[in-house]
Write a protein that binds this ligand. Sequence first.
Ligand SMILES: Cc1cc2nc3c(=O)[nH]c(=O)nc-3n(C[C@H](O)[C@H](O)[C@H](O)COP(=O)(O)OP(=O)(O)OC[C@H]3O[C@@H](n4cnc5c(N)ncnc54)[C@H](O)[C@@H]3O)c2cc1C
Ligand SMILES: Cc1ncc(C[n+]2csc(CCOP(=O)(O)OP(=O)(O)O)c2C)c(N)n1
Ligand SMILES: [Mg+2]
Length: 580
Amino acid sequence: MKRTGAQIIWECLVREGVRTVFGYPGGAILPAYDAMLDYPIRHVLVRHEQGATHMADGFARAGGGVGVVIATSGPGATNLVTGIATAQMDSTTVVCIAGQVPSRLIGYVAFQETDITGITLPITKHNYLVTRVDDIMPAIREALYLAQSGRPGPVLVDITKDAQQASTEWAWDGRPIQLRKQRSRLASIGGSLERAADLVRNARKPVILAGQGVLQSGAYSELRAFAELTDTPVALTLLGLGTFPASHPLNLGMMGMHGEAWVNHAIQEADLLLAFGMRFDDRVTGNTRTYAPQAKKIHIDIDPSEINKNVAADVGIIGDLRETLRDLLEIVERADHAPWLAYISAMKGDTAVRDIQGMPDDGHLYAAHVIHDIWRVTEGRALVVTDVGQHQMWEAQYYRHELPRSLITSGGLGTMGFGLPAAIGAKLAKPDSEVWAIVGDGGFQMTQAELTTAAQEGVKVNVAIINNGYLGMVRQWQEFFYERRYAATPLRSPDFVKIAEAHGLTGLRADKRSQVRDRVQAARDAEGTVVIDFRVEQEDSVYPMVPAGADLHAMIRRPSTSLGAGPQPSVLAETAADLV
Ligand SMILES: Cc1cc2nc3c(=O)[nH]c(=O)nc-3n(C[C@H](O)[C@H](O)[C@H](O)COP(=O)(O)OP(=O)(O)OC[C@H]3O[C@@H](n4cnc5c(N)ncnc54)[C@H](O)[C@@H]3O)c2cc1C
Ligand SMILES: Cc1ncc(C[n+]2csc(CCOP(=O)(O)OP(=O)(O)O)c2C)c(N)n1
Ligand SMILES: [Mg+2]
């Protein structure tokens, strides 16, 4: 049958199961937009192309499929960059389709010409410049395949306007994509699965480090079976939260810079670390020279480049985590680590006395209260999307995630402005889920325009703005490491209630703890998107904190006697500002 390039784009997307795309039109992509009207596609018109990339990212992370973005050339394409980099750093499945100037004009500084394949080369898993109509189908099919295979990641397809306009004799090719041969377990480094089983057998103080790879391989039940059989406690990365239930007795909580103190101490004292689908990010390890010094390390990752990159592995197994764990489960033995688990548990008491939740009510509203109450009222079953900053860390600490894909957050790039659009995308992927965006006053304002998208599209998300009047996480670093010199961090905001109302949405406010649950319930009951302005304590800090580059055990702890006071002087002395 005869098809234009523009039609082939949609033929391919629709046949591959895509029904929702996020985008913004313009000249170079107009043929594709025109053809779109004839296909069963829901197009979400964003207010800025960055919003489209985060929506697609949230859509993919929530639903487990692929998120598709469509944009025009030049400024449309360059506006995608931050979202693509965000997806690349967190290995998420985003496919961007951009229009490009006609092929005969490429290289002539044509109107709205940018070399977007050149620009995005380092931040995509792969990208294509398509100048011929016959190359559109293979490019789109490969892009969808590549984004989702192996270690996932974003792919960009740049299609010239003339390729979209040209016609060709076309037939659907549904054969499986054949690229490099994929095997479930490619190789092991430093020893075999049997050697890993030996290390597990001999360990007295083991800790599992579970990361986003658990989610990406769907290894939830294998992880649980492994932890239970070998009686091994599980620490989670930020992106691993939810892959092992928070209520499970073997769940330790989050590790790393803002991880719980007992988790970091357990890692430092462990004799075996089992790294499952996590990449030893510097926020996880602190100083790698002093990281878990007594521990043997088993690292399972699908990406060979991750093994021995940040932390040396005694046994490195390259392959899909789920399949590898299934094999490992057949050869490991039942173990009992009661003394080790009791030892870790005993460390929790010290944290409890420092927990802001247990401190006397001083009449102020703390972010921890807000997040704890959102968790309580939603019974831990909401799908939470965060922005980046202090509120993101408090969310990780105080919202106890029971379910996989119940937390969506920008970990690797730490992209402010991610939260609201990603929440809109998540809701579109999971319309039956209760979606909360927990955002800061700063990050919300970066992509606030997407509130208009939520209103136009009739998408309901509940937005909790943790409004502390500061770029809080940066203020915290200034408090700890720059003598409280608050350069460019005090933040004025508009009236968020009125902003919501200006969209015909509901706006609510709370500044006392007693109001929080009511407001949260009111948001759940209301139709349409609701924005709640939580006016929280302005100068609270996230504890514990491992200063960037410091030893994992050198945590700044919340003082147990007074609220909101800064770090203890003894710790500060060890914390040279040049580590930041
Ligand atoms: C303000 C801020 C503070 C932060 N503080 C912390 C903190 O305290 N603690 C913390 O943990 N993080 C923190 N982070 C996040 C941190 O920067 C990293 O994003 C995070 O630690 C990465 O987690 P990960 O390694 O599990 O996920 P990823 O970076 O997604 O890595 C996943 C790994 O799994 C592998 N993988 C993928 N699919 C498979 C498969 N099928 N089989 C096997 N392996 C697979 C990948 O190759 C990759 O190596 C913070 C971020 C911000 C913005
Ligand atoms: C796009 C972008 N710019 C700058 C930063 C650096 N940064 C990290 S956290 C933060 C402050 C965030 O403030 P806010 O959104 O109010 O959240 P809070 O920390 O107060 O909870 C900044 C500026 C970033 N992560 N992303
Ligand atoms: Mg703030």
